[in-house]
Write a protein that binds this ligand. Structure first.
Ligand code: SME
Length: 171
């Protein structure tokens, strides 16, 4: 049985992410359902990674007239805004990650034009686009109540988590 232990401490951030990636692989083993796997991925991250107040997913939806929106998926944390516009005009950190296909690492969300405040406690944010066959299908969104919570090591760690999730799932 897979066990999550939030009391574990690590010698370094890199060691934490190596263990987190190993745990994610083991958690997703034998299951390819994307909703189930994103739900467990969000729960694992939220339980194991310190200083987060929100961890979860938005999925890209194509609407009539070429409109695109991100729609809320599995997450842990306070209830969040359900829809985030992407096209014709991208909004928020999540919209920017989707439109640019580039991970957004924001030290202070109040300095980000158009930031969408779902939880007033959020001060920094990391959003990783989920890319399948060259198309963005959604984002992994992480919020922290600490300023500049995410550094380049965190970014690399969460990008690797997103890659594991996508290769283990039928997205
Ligand atoms: N802050 C995000 C919106 C999603 S919530 O953080 C969960 C943004 O600006 O896109």
């Amino acid at each position: 049985m897979f066990a999550i232990d939030p009391t574990i401490t690590y010698e370094s951030r890199a060691a934490m992410y190596t263990d987190l990636q190993r745990q994610l692989q083991s958690l997703l083993h034998g299951e390819r359902d994307f909703i189930a796997n994103t739900a467990n991925c969000a729960a694992l991250i939220y339980q194991m990674v310190p200083d987060l107040n929100w961890a979860g997913f938005y999925f890209l939806r194509e609407l009539e007239g070429g409109k695109q929106e991100l729609v809320l998926g599995p997450f842990q944390g306070k209830p969040a805004c359900v829809r985030i516009p992407v096209a014709p005009v991208a909004r928020g950190v999540c919209g920017a990650a989707t439109a640019t296909r580039i991970t957004q690492r924001i030290e202070n969300v109040h300095d980000f034009p158009g930031h969408i405040a779902c939880d007033g406690a959020s001060l920094s944010e990391l959003v990783v686009p989920l890319i399948v066959d060259g198309r963005v299908i959604g984002v992994l969104d992480l919020d922290s109540p600490k300023l500049a919570r995410f550094d380049a090591e965190d970014q690399a760690g969460f990008e690797a988590m997103a890659a594991i999730l996508l290769s283990a799932s039928d997205a």
